[in-house]
Design a protein around this ligand. Structure first.
Ligand code: NAD
Length: 332
């Protein structure tokens, strides 16, 4: 029976994939380790590998996978910025992904970050547990009437726009491909510069590409309103972290919520509570009282996990049967 090597596998991946993969013509083999050149060279008898967001699938890894006869990389995520697609094509390895497992999960987590930062419920929770019922330092603001700037109005961005509209916010957007339905719903598209000028809250919902890497840098931060709230639930590389820290220190950025971090590969998804963390930037970010960090959990709902597992099983079956790969991603 075909074996599918599942890497960066956590207990929750195992239970959802096993459930979705019952009675198939293949079996999953789970490995907690992420995919590296070394892991790739240890593969044997595996034609299909199933990988996640922080597996770095660069040219050397792809060369190794090809030398071990791997034919398909089944990503169990939507973003594919971590894969060298050109190298995959050169080595005749197909790449499939899960394009939309639950845009609601990510959009709703974005809202959770905004509300937590604004109303400081995380601090209230800790205070009350210590019988501290004081309100000092917990003041927030009404979201009603505030301007939210959404960068990227794809599947997640559109749902997020509707959520914020529902909270009576004024929503403006930037996307190189404006969406008609959003425009009809009263969302105005502007240049990035204008969005930064207007927005009280800036939220990133666009993919990480060559063009969007460090979209948020010293220059763009300077264009934002004083005390702006910045939220990133998309990809860490969209933000220049050093510029972010400067922006927080100067109080230009009043609130920061990030579910993703540029150097997250060796940090997120792991329990490092007993270790000395060497990454000074994330440690500095953690010290700010107005920064909320979650470790890439925006997607993490039961509904999303079920969809990821079911789509992954479908993607693998399409490949095994030689059918058209509905969710294939290719180099441009
Ligand atoms: P999508 O492909 O449906 O939409 C992306 C949108 O971004 C498109 O409308 C596209 O035109 C726009 N875009 C492209 N280049 C842009 C640019 N330079 N500036 C502004 N907009 C640009 O993708 P989606 O499903 O909405 O997901 C968006 C991103 O969210 C993904 O690329 C992924 O990185 C991230 N994501 C994060 C999590 C998480 O758990 N934190 C989960 C899923 C997805």
């Amino acid at each position: 029976m075909q074996k599918i090597g599942v890497y960066s596998a956590k207990p929750y991946d195992k239970s959802f994939l096993e459930q979705a993969g019952k009675d198939q013509d293949f079996v999953f083999q789970f490995f907690e380790d992420s995919m590296t050149e070394e892991m790739a060279s240890l593969l044997s008898g595996v034609e299909i590998v199933c990988l996640f967001v922080n597996d770095v699938i660069n040219r050397p890894v792809i060369e190794k996978l090809a030398s071990q006869n791997v034919k398909l990389i089944a990503l169990r995520c939507a973003g594919f910025n971590n894969v060298d697609l050109k190298a995959a094509a050169e080595f005749n390895i197909k790449v499939v992904r899960v394009p939309a497992y639950s845009p609601y999960a990510v959009a709703e987590h974005t809202l959770a970050m905004i509300l937590t930062l604004n109303r400081k419920t995380h601090r209230a929770f800790n205070r009350v547990r210590e019988s501290n019922f004081s309100l000092n330092g917990l003041m927030g603001f009404d979201l009603k009437g505030k301007t939210v700037g959404v960068i990227g109005t794809g599947k997640i961005g559109q749902i997020f726009c509707k959520i914020m509209k529902g909270l009576n916010c004024h929503v403006v957007a930037y996307d190189p491909f404006p969406n008609e339905e959003m425009q009809k719903a009263g969302i105005k598209y502007h240049s990035l510069e204008e969005l930064f000028r207007q927005a009280d809250i800036v939220s990133l919902q666009c993919p990480l590409t060559e063009e969007t890497r460090h979209l948020i840098n010293s220059e763009s931060i300077n264009r934002m309103k004083d005390g702006v709230m910045l939220i990133n639930t998309s990809r860490g590389g969209l933000i220049d972290t050093e510029a972010l820290i400067k922006g927080l220190k100067s109080k230009k950025i009043g609130y920061l919520g990030i579910d993703v971090y540029e150097q997250e590969e060796n940090i997120f998804f792991n329990d490092l509570s007993g270790q000395i963390i060497q990454d000074d930037l994330i440690m500095r970010l953690i010290t700010f009282p107005n920064v909320l960090i979650t470790s890439h959990q925006a997607f993490f709902t039961e509904d999303a996990m079920k969809n990821i597992a079911e789509t992954t099983v479908m993607n693998i079956n399409q490949f095994l049967k030689g059918d058209k790969l509905e969710n294939e991603v290719k180099a441009e």
